[in-house]
Design a protein around this ligand. Sequence first.
Ligand code: PAF
Length: 278
Amino acid sequence: MRILGLKEEMRRACGGAARPLGLVPTMGALHDGHLSLVGRCRDDCATVAVSIFVNPAQFGEGEDFAEYPRDLDGDLELLRRCGVDLVFVPGAAEVYPPGFDTWVDVGPVGERLEGAARPGHFRGVATVVAKLFGVVRPDRAYFGQKDGQQTVVVSKLARDLDLGVEVVVAPTVREGDGLAMSSRNARLNPEQRRAAPVLYRALAAGRGEWERGERDAGAICGVVRRVLDSEPLLGGIDYVSLAAPDTLEELVVAAPGAMLSAAAQLGVVRLIDNVMLE
Ligand code: PAF
């Protein structure tokens, strides 16, 4: 496994690598969700590249950039065991050198839901992903459904800018009690960790309503809210949304393929999760 910190050496390594080449972009603090993306990439591609970069541009003021979990040695050990070929670990000045000024704005799809709560977040995500695609030039890139809006944003980015990258979305990996795996879960205290699966329970209850024939989006979201309201440790519900899968516009009438998602604060952690209506 080669570990590279400079864009130029990563570009050279990728240029000479066997195709297809798959990229798994991450911010490190790897868990089984990331490793499932790496495994999927390993199955599909002749070369597996992983990037580890905690991207300051996608954190707003007062967000948890400084506290975001970091464990580079542990991450590299996991990636070595998974048979990864190339790991790109750039520093912030390598990604955003002095004079950097060009940003990628994906429009309204990046302004809803997470984008409304975290202004500028998806501009930061789209920009760094475009830059990673530019350095690595992957044939495929792998993202988890857990960050549902991010998968929509990145797919749109690849399509709108004709980047020639196939965006592959892999299912959310969950703990035994339903909590979606996330690097930020490490910041929950034991009591909060016990409460955290309420988010998935609430979304599953909403999806249950759909499965029983409910088609009114307000009624489905209402069920989700009621379950969330039953958990006293939740600091606040940011949103409950039932949205079209490609535009993320709110639906009045539920339809197959819609994304039911929610975000809520639990201690210092902002939990997000989603389920798709089949
Ligand atoms: O999902 C993440 O970890 C990040 O948003 C990503 C895609 C690596 C971009 O920084």
